[in-house]
Design a protein around this ligand. Structure first.
Ligand code: SAH
Ligand code: MG
Length: 194
């Protein structure tokens, strides 16, 4: 079967079961960045069903990825999907909460796309695994447009939005990284280690 058709099936599956995979223009932006910056090893926090990991691995056949997912059902689905694309030699999946995972490897890119309220913690935990002058990319800084909205939300949602705003402030103030924010997909930041 053709790769493009298989990817389309993943997108359709995600839509049907409400799995928040990256948006079309967001994933395009991310894969272009990987290509343009010759990125070869990637840590992803938040695999879901493997869509973004597969897209990133398809950029070049010497790219290696470690991706962490805590949800058993999604992890199992991701394992199957990655096998279908014959990428299981280049995408290593870890089924655990990212906060329990200790890695020694260093990466050129850390892609944070997990629990949106925890981004500061993920950033601080894994920035030691980043090679010098390399990148941390974070998805969903707009959170479906809610971060910039003036609507009244439930308490839980307000707290989540506040956490995302705190993360944006954290990035702006961070002296060790220089961050650029992109209004693409659901809002993406690229932080470069100084
Ligand atoms: N990157 C994927 C989408 C990930 S959706 C893509 O674009 O294709 C976010 C995922 O992060 C969810 O499946 C959720 O279970 C997982 N997640 C959230 N918090 C996590 C944590 N602390 N550790 C591991 N996985 C987590
Ligand atoms: Mg996302």
């Amino acid at each position: 079967m053709f790769t493009i058709f298989r990817l389309w099936l993943l997108e359709k599956y995600a839509k049907k079961y409400d799995i928040p995979i990256m948006q079309k223009d967001g994933i395009q932006f991310l894969t272009n960045f990987i290509k343009d910056n010759n990125i070869k090893n990637i840590l992803e926090i938040g695999t879901a069903i493997g869509y973004s990991a597969i897209k990133m691995a398809l950029v070049d056949n010497d790219i290696n990825i470690i991706s962490i997912e805590r949800d058993e059902e999604r992890y199992n689905k991701a394992v199957k999907n990655i096998k279908k694309f014959k990428l299981n030699n280049r995408i290593k999946l870890i089924k655990d909460d990212a906060f329990n995972v200790e890695l020694d490897e260093k990466f050129d890119l850390i892609f944070i796309d997990a629990a949106k309220a925890q981004s500061i913690k993920f950033f601080n935990k894994f920035s030691k695994n980043l090679n010098k002058s390399k990148y941390i990319i974070t998805d969903n800084l707009k959170f479906h447009g809610l971060v910039e909205s003036n609507e009244k939300f439930s308490k839980n949602l307000r707290q989540l939005i506040k956490k995302i705003k705190d993360y944006i402030e954290f990035l702006k103030e961070n002296k060790e990284f220089e961050t650029i924010f992109y209004d693409v997909g659901d809002g993406i930041s690229i932080s470069k280690k100084r």
